[in-house]
Design a protein around this ligand. Structure first.
Ligand code: IPM
Ligand code: MG
Length: 352
């Protein structure tokens, strides 16, 4: 039996209701395998701005630092999106959390479900064998480089900066992940244009000598965007910079048929953070319509990271069994849909 302290940052929009299902499933795991999970909730995002004026209050950050893992819902609210003058934004909370905790690697697995191939925007034959992992750098690049305005505000700039150690640690994670999978690593960059991308290539080529068993490839990001649609099965592990990874992971996330299916983990230091890839879907909030699967699978990634791999497998098996039985939230099965709560109940029930 093990004890774990889990910080729960459920955030905005549908965050709280999908997180609730994740906790339901985790409680079932605790019961079945004899563990103890202690969940402590803390505000982040727009909710935190409303309560405290700060998208990442210090108490929330402190809680995260002393927890064993962070279970994260989603953040964002439309009232900030079209207001370029907003001084504080929910997203700043997430970015600061990643930076402060040293979560430099974001892992986003993308795989198709056989029974859901009909939902994919791609023809079924193109979805065959799709199983990839996007390893996205998360605490550097253009997200965190110097940015600002000049000329009285009429010139704006964002800098994409990467150091050799920053590249080495994320590329290492890419090589290692490839070693545990099908042995293929693709570096996606824009080395025909960007100096920072040329450094990524240089460093990755040097490191390749330590991983002779890995088949290494290079691809420009514009081509990669096209290849992800034309022939997604060619990819095993993709390693890429912060912004390219942001864009490509959203694009690949819909291949499986719904954005509501895909989990992610952000790791790099002691505490990892686990969250669905999707956003806060404010229009759907509080209506029992959101798909909790991405969040529940993120809980499985959290258990893997805590060393509870058979427990993580039990969650994945329960999700598979539930999806195979043909039930789903409205994004999966509009004819025979179930709500968020019921989907959570079914998956928790399938754990036994
Ligand atoms: C993501 C999101 C975030 C990002 C936003 C909310 C800041 O799109 O996790 O992919 O751009 O990293
Ligand atoms: Mg994104």
């Amino acid at each position: 039996m093990s004890n774990f302290n889990i910080a729960v940052l459920d955030g905005d929009g549908i965050g709280p209701e999908v997180i609730k299902q994740g906790i339901k499933v985790l409680n079932q795991i605790a019961y079945k395998f004899g563990h103890k999970f202690r969940f402590t909730f803390a505000p982040v995002g727009a909710v935190a701005i409303d309560e405290t004026g700060n998208p990442l209050p210090e108490e929330t950050l402190d809680l995260c630092k002393r927890s064993d893992a962070i279970f994260f819902g989603s953040i964002g609210h439309p009232r900030f999106d079209n207001d370029p003058t907003a001084k504080v934004r929910p997203e700043q909370g997430l970015l600061r959390l990643r930076k402060e905790l040293g979560l430099y690697a974001n892992l986003r697995p993308v795989a198709g479900y056989k029974e859901l191939t009909h939902l994919s925007p791609l023809r079924p034959e193109r979805m065959e064998g799709v199983d990839m992992l996007i390893v996205r750098e998360l605490t550097g690049g253009i997200y965190f480089g110097e940015k600002g305005r000049r000329d009285g505000g009429d010139t704006a700039f964002d800098t994409c900066l990467y150091t050799r150690p920053e590249i080495q640690r994320i590329v290492k994670m890419g090589f290692e992940a490839a070693g545990k999978r099908r042995g293929k690593l693709m570096l996606v960059d824009k080395a025909n244009v960007m100096e920072s991308s040329r450094l990524w290539r240089e460093v990755t080529r040097e490191m390749a000598a330590d991983y002779p068993a890995i088949e290494l490839g290079f691809m420009f990001v514009d081509n990669a965007a096209m290849q992800l649609i034309l022939n997604p099965a060619q990819f095993d592990v993709i390693v890429t910079s912060n912004m390219f990874g942001d864009i490509l992971s959203d694009a690949s996330s819909v291949l499986a048929g719904s954005l509501g299916l895909l989990p992610s983990s952000s790791v790099g230091s002691k505490v990892g953070m686990f969250e669905p890839i999707h956003g806060s879907w404010p229009e759907g909030a509080g209506q029992d319509r959101a798909n909790p699967v991405a969040t529940i699978l993120s809980a499985a990634m959290m258990l893997d990271h805590l060393g509870l791999v058979k427990e993580g497998d039990a969650i994945r098996a329960a999700v598979n069994a539930t999806l195979e039985s043909g039930v789903g939230t409205e994004d999966l099965n509009p004819k025979k849909k179930v709500g968020t709560e019921e989907m959570g109940d079914l998956i928790a029930g399938a754990i036994g």
